[in-house]
Design a protein around this ligand. Structure first.
Ligand SMILES: [Mg+2]
Length: 414
């Protein structure tokens, strides 16, 4: 794939369980379940020995122990995993500056411009696996492809310690027999609907065609059609350069349905806009993050024609991004809105002066947004919250402000 884009997806093998085995060699070769042992405990990681019995992460511990009664249950030690994660990411970052963490043990690495140093992608991937093993005594699986979603599928194909390359030109052949459920963000309801139309594989999906998919699923149909052709234009966005500002909420009860999701996003867009105003910034890039009840996390982003600090524009962009998410039959435990690509209002005004015709109106509601933000700043967030947002917090919600700067260590999404 010389000359073509090469993206690695690296995924540590049974990460928490492997770390526990490393720390206590007596566990080697045994079925190990990391997670809470209580009645409501959930498996956070299962060793490969435990997976042979059908145990897997996100399974209730009670179910896993029915499947494998002799498994060793280990309480999670998240600080230790975070420390090991930092060591693993430090190795990744030696191979390319373009490292995007997906979770504590998983990252995309864009190998653009690294060929002189590391050789062709496969050799770079082998060197990376060797370095991770030498420095952390842990194995990882790597997928190599020209686009993100194919690299991610590839890394899961030969676990553990696997290396799978989907060479340039072989993408369509690879996708032809792949079940559509393997595509990122295609949920069970969508699979069911398509199964009724005789669509089971990505090859079937491609033959089903763009028009039919768009008719059935709207923007998400178009997204699936593009995936079926191996098209995925999302870039690897390095954590260090993300420099974003955002707000996300985790819900005690999964959020279901587009209207309710839009209300959640409005609350978050409003908080983000307030913080932009407080910092005298406007942003051009809006990012939606959404995590379903099965802990599948999706992020989507778009660039606005011009920088904004208006909650309605940010909310509108987040809602358009939501249209490309398969919400059918899925409940969501987390939503978040963040913005990046900051500009100061002065710089933007100068651009407008230079580029826009004289009749171009100034950003519609900048003054209003500043007043609203000032009132909320003084009287708390309840004051002047947009009526459409409904009650400002769902019961049991935990909110988190997300903020990253280039100087901070990369933010890990768990
Ligand atoms: Mg993993």
């Amino acid at each position: 794939m010389s000359g073509a884009r090469a993206i690695l997806h690296v995924d540590m093998d049974a990460f928490f369980a492997s770390v526990e085995v490393r720390e206590d060699p007596r566990l080697r070769g045994l079925p190990v379940l990391v997670g809470g042992a209580g009645r409501r405990g959930v498996v956070a990681a299962a060793s490969y020995e435990a997976r042979k019995f059908g145990c897997r992460s996100a399974q209730p511990m009670a179910v896993a122990l029915r499947l494998c009664p002799h498994a060793v249950v280990v309480a999670p030690r998240h600080e230790l995993y975070a420390e090991v994660s930092r060591a693993v990411f430090a190795v990744f970052e030696r191979f390319s500056p373009l490292v995007e963490g997906l979770s504590i043990d998983e990252a995309f690495i864009d190998l653009a411009g690294t060929e002189r140093l590391w050789g062709p992608p496969r050799r770079a991937a082998e060197a990376l696996q060797a370095a991770v093993l030498a420095e952390t005594a842990l194995t990882c699986s790597v997928g190599i492809a020209g686009v993100k979603f194919l690299a991610k599928i590839a890394s899961g194909m030969h676990k553990p310690n696997g290396l799978t390359e989907i060479a340039a030109g072989s993408e369509l052949e690879f996708l032809a027999t792949l079940p559509i459920g393997e595509l990122w963000g295609v949920g069970p309801r969508t699979q069911e609907k398509l199964a009724r139309r005789g669509v089971a594989t990505v090859g079937d999906l491609r033959r089903f065609g763009e028009a039919a998919l768009v008719e059935m699923f709207g923007a998400h149909g178009l997204h699936m059609h593009r995936l079926s052709l191996g098209i995925d234009e999302r870039a690897v966005v390095p954590d260090r350069a993300a420099k974003s500002l955002g707000h996300e909420d985790t819900y005690a009860v999964d959020v279901v349905g587009v209207p309710e999701l839009r209300r959640c996003l409005l609350s978050q867009a409003t908080r983000v806009a307030d913080r932009l105003v407080a910092q005298g910034l406007r942003a051009r890039c809006v990012c939606l993050k959404i995590r379903d009840g099965e802990f599948v996390t999706e992020t989507r982003q778009c660039t606005l024609p011009r920088a904004t600090d208006d909650h309605r524009e940010i909310h509108g962009a987040a809602c358009r991004l939501l249209e490309a998410v398969d919400t059918d039959g899925r409940g969501f435990r987390l939503t978040g809105v963040s913005v990046s690509q900051f500009e100061s209002p002065q710089a933007e005004q100068q651009q407008l002066d230079l580029l826009a015709p004289a009749s171009e109106p100034p950003p519609r509601s900048a003054a209003l947004q500043a007043v609203l933000s000032a009132v909320r700043e003084r009287h708390g967030h309840q004051a002047l919250f947009p009526a459409e947002a409904g009650s400002e917090r769902r019961p049991g919600t935990t909110g988190a402000i997300t903020h990253s700067r280039p100087s901070e260590p990369p933010k890990r999404r768990r």
